[in-house]
Design a protein around this ligand. Structure first.
Ligand code: AMP
Ligand code: MG
Length: 196
């Protein structure tokens, strides 16, 4: 059964507890509605792939709420920090070398030695990440190859019965995916064009 919740402080606590318990929570970001799970909980991450019918070789983006968290699990450098300070929170995703060899994260990264990460510019997303205390992997909250959702109602129509909880933050403003830049090599490469 899928329920839609207003993002009150009490409901954000509930949602954060659900993330900690390994459940999936859909929440608004600045780009589209995401389908979130604790990056360190591989069975929760597996359920994202299942709910979305997304192939396991397609890696997910981790969402963080604090730049300091970057150095805990990826190799950062001056470029990443400068770009983060300029564009975060916002729709720019970095691919960086993984530092954390925690096998629980393998599934989220599709086994790659790198990890995609960004800080979304949405108060509900940031509060949920802070309260959960972990990076939240969150692809768009829709089945693979369908249109990315920009309202809680879209998410409900696409994923009802497959996820327990949707946080309703109203219509999201961008409706377009984040720009992805690969910083694992000396020369940065744009892997996916997006809002930035
Ligand atoms: P999304 O579908 O918006 O969740 O974005 C996920 C996309 O980010 C994937 O389809 C990849 O294109 C890209 N991505 C995520 N992680 C990596 C990574 N480690 N290396 C390269 N691209 C990645
Ligand atoms: Mg998508």
């Amino acid at each position: 059964m899928t329920n839609i919740y207003q993002p009150t402080p009490a409901n954000l606590d509930l949602a954060a507890q659900a993330i900690k318990d390994g459940k999936l929570v859909s929440f608004p970001t600045d780009t589209v509605y995401g389908l979130g799970a604790d990056v360190y909980n591989s069975s929760a991450v597996a359920n994202i792939f299942k709910a979305k019918e997304r192939p396991l070789f397609d890696p997910l983006i981790s969402h963080i709420a604090d730049i300091d968290f970057l150095k805990e699990y990826v190799e950062t450098d001056d470029r990443a920090v400068a770009l983060a300070k300029h564009f975060w929170p916002g729709p720019l995703t970095f691919v960086l070398k993984r530092k954390d060899n925690n096998p629980a994260v393998d599934l989220a990264c599709a086994g790659l030695p790198s990890l995609a990460v960004r800080m979304p510019n949405h108060p509900v997303a940031l509060e949920l990440i802070r309260k959960s205390g972990v990076p939240i992997v969150a692809p768009s909250a829709n089945r693979f190859k369908t249109i990315s959702p920009t309202t809680a109602q879209h998410v409900y129509e696409d994923l009802q019965g497959k996820i327990p909880m949707i946080l309703d933050g109203g219509a999201v403003t961008i409706g377009l995916e984040s720009t992805i830049v690969d910083l694992t090599e000396e020369i940065p490469t744009i892997l996916r064009p997006g809002f930035i």
